[in-house]
Design a binder for this molecule. Structure first.
Ligand code: DHE
Length: 589
């Protein structure tokens, strides 16, 4: 029962928020929700955008024993409930039901509430963000009841994934000594785009000039991001199923030369970029089990696995499953910057001596998700999204610079956008999932000290539901997508600000109707993630429909803001992220 449509995750906020409610003791006294409240029960874009552990959901997990008095679930019932839980609830409440962004749902708490209470909350949801799973028809009555019974039982414990399990999945298809010693193809590697074909489990390599799909390469399930080795030769791709593909771009055709599964669920991969360590190591972080692994950069041989279970940065309580979110490779030290979501710790993992591994643990903020460097490449800015904050790390000194309120709801920068603000000098920008705010944070402590690490300006974009913001050092424009906005027109278009207009009191944006430009009339046409070509004179946007519908990539001329070309091809199945290999390699954004 894998979801193949757009944002399977869109269903997730509900049970999650239900659980938040359930877990609060105060709540146990509240009256049960009534159907008349239902108009208030809407999922917000933030609520939609929760991890869906759908790979884990498909795994056979051992059923915990039933305690006397607990509802008995048959094996088939347990498997179904467990799958629903992992796919729709675990993103907020944790795989082990001990809480993440949502509260804990362990039986000591759920038993106090009882079957009927659980059933009614799952049915009707709450105005606090929990959708009405039952009355909306998303879950059938029998499924709602099943989930209520499931929650009264002990949580399931999915398997761990240690060195033995990893090594069992490790394949080197082409050993290093059988690989070419020079580039064997005519590809303009630096202007290639690696495009995520989310629901076909592939990436497309598209030429930046001709816009031709040069190659399609099989990857892991619902592939998430691509990253490029420092030399530009190797492409790393990670699937949600935690499978890493190492693709040699010098081969003709480029092909996977090694692969490794690093866990059951993962989202991030990166390579070593510090001088002297180019292409030497790679790292991948997992959602389950909570850990990261350092690998050999040329073969993916797993070298060192490090668990991220540990204490939250603030209350210093044990967290049993803190997921690994964004990872970047430092340019200033032989280090990976590893963001641990639930504990709020940013780990600087020094790869100089892997046996005697040094890890600096920086107390930042909980719910770290995505982020990128400032233009100097020295400072790393990461959204603590559920806390509406941005944490900043100085990768040269290995220290936290600060944590600032982003002044909007749920910042979601992708890697963010660096620009020279006409009033405030160098700034890094983020848009937000929860509202229309675009925030600019000063990033130049040398020449613009008074603005550094402060939100110096906020402007209003088209609306909430934004995921990615983009500009380029050569561009005069800043683009903000809104793929998760509930309004179809807003989700199918992007807002563009002229950077020089940011000096005015109320900067205005222009709307580009990317969905319409694609020529596709069916589907929701969510427009997602702008990405520049190497020259920085055009921006590519994905028009993201379901697997069964047509999707496209629309290329905009960055100077004129006019349509330049549309890439339509039957093979472009659910394109989402696009990674220009030069910009990704050099952290140009
Ligand atoms: Fe992503 C980056 C996690 C859903 C497209 N996404 C990231 C990163 C994380 C993450 C941790 C940062 C990686 C890094 O830099 O090392 N994403 C998650 C989720 O947990 C979430 C919310 C739900 C899930 O179950 O996966 C999620 N992401 C999505 C999508 O639905 C998107 C829009 C489409 C898709 O392909 O799945 C999506 N995420 C992206 C993209 C990036 C990304 C395109 C990289 C942006 C960049 O510019 O680097």
């Amino acid at each position: 029962m894998r979801r193949t449509g757009i944002l399977g995750a869109a269903k997730l906020g509900g049970v999650a928020a239900l659980m938040m409610l359930l877990a609060s003791t105060a709540h146990a006294q509240q009256p049960k929700p009534s159907p008349s409240d239902l108009q208030q029960h809407r999922t917000t874009p933030g609520g939609q955008y929760q991890p869906s552990l759908d790979v884990l959901g498909e795994q056979k997990v051992e059923q915990p024993g039933t305690k006397p008095g607990d509802p008995v679930l048959s094996k088939a019932e347990f498997d179904q409930a467990n799958q629903i839980y992992f796919e729709r609830c675990a993103g907020c409440h944790g795989v082990l039901r001990k809480g993440a962004t949502g509260k804990a749902l362990t039986p000591d708490l759920t038993k106090k509430l009882g079957f009927e209470y659980l059933r009614d909350f799952i049915t009707y949801g709450s105005p606090g963000g929990m959708p009405n799973w039952g009355s909306s028809g998303e879950l059938k009555t029998e499924q709602v009841e099943l989930m209520a019974r499931y929650l009264l039982n002990d949580p399931a414990q999915p398997p761990e994934f240690g060195m033995k399990e990893m090594k069992d999945t490790w394949k080197v298809a082409v050993p290093v000594d059988k690989r070419p010693t020079k580039k064997m193809n005519n590809l303009d590697i630096d202007n290639l785009f690696s495009v995520t074909l989310r629901d076909s489990g592939e990436i497309a390599l598209i030429d930046g000039k001709t816009k031709k799909i040069e190659h399609i390469i099989k990857t892991g399930y619902a592939v998430h991001i691509s990253r490029v080795s420092a030399s530009g030769r190797y492409l790393f791709v990670i699937g949600r199923d935690a499978k890493v593909n190492l693709i040699d771009l010098w081969m003709d055709p480029p092909q996977t030369v090694a692969e490794l599964k690093v866990g059951s669920e993962a989202r991030s991969v990166e390579t070593s970029k510090f001088k002297g360590y180019e292409d030497k190591f790679a790292i991948a972080g997992s959602y389950w089990p909570p850990q990261f692994v350092i690998m050999d950069g040329a073969t993916l041989e797993p070298l060192k696995i490090v668990g991220t279970r540990g204490m939250t940065y603030d209350t210093q309580e044990y967290h049993p499953e803190p997921r690994v979110a964004a990872i970047v490779g430092s340019h200033y030290n032989p280090e990976f910057v590893v963001n641990v979501k639930e504990t709020g710790q940013i780990l600087l993992v020094n790869y100089r001596d892997i046996k005697n591994l040094k890890v600096t643990s920086i107390a930042a903020e909980r719910f770290l998700h995505d982020g990128g460097f400032d233009r100097s490449g020295r400072y790393f800015l990461v959204a603590a999204n559920a806390r509406h904050k941005v944490a900043i790390v100085d990768t040269k000194e290995g220290k936290l610079v600060g944590v600032v309120e982003s002044k909007g709801q749920t910042p979601h920068p992708g890697r963010g956008a660096n620009l020279n603000h006409p009033k405030f000098g160098p700034v890094w920008a983020t848009s937000h999932l929860g509202d229309e705010i675009v925030s600019f944070i000063g990033t130049d402590p040398q020449k613009n000290k008074q603005h550094a690490w402060k939100v110096v300006q906020t402007v209003a974009g088209q609306g909430g539901g934004s995921l990615f913001i983009k500009t380029h050092p050569k561009s005069e424009h800043l683009y903000i997508d809104t793929p998760l906005n509930p309004d179809a027109e807003i989700s199918a278009s992007v807002a563009v600000f002229k950077i020089k207009d940011l000096a005015s009191a109320e900067p205005k944006y222009q709307v580009l109707p990317i969905g319409q430009w694609s020529g596709i009339s069916e589907g929701q046409r969510r427009v997602v993630q702008g990405e520049y070509n190497q020259a920085g004179d055009e921006v590519w946007f994905s028009v993201w429909n379901t697997k069964a519908q047509d999707s496209a990539i629309v290329v905009v001329d960055d100077k004129t803001l006019k349509l330049k070309s549309v890439i339509r091809d039957k093979r472009l199945i659910t394109p989402t992220g696009k990674f220009n290999l030069y910009n990704t390699r050099k952290d140009v954004y």
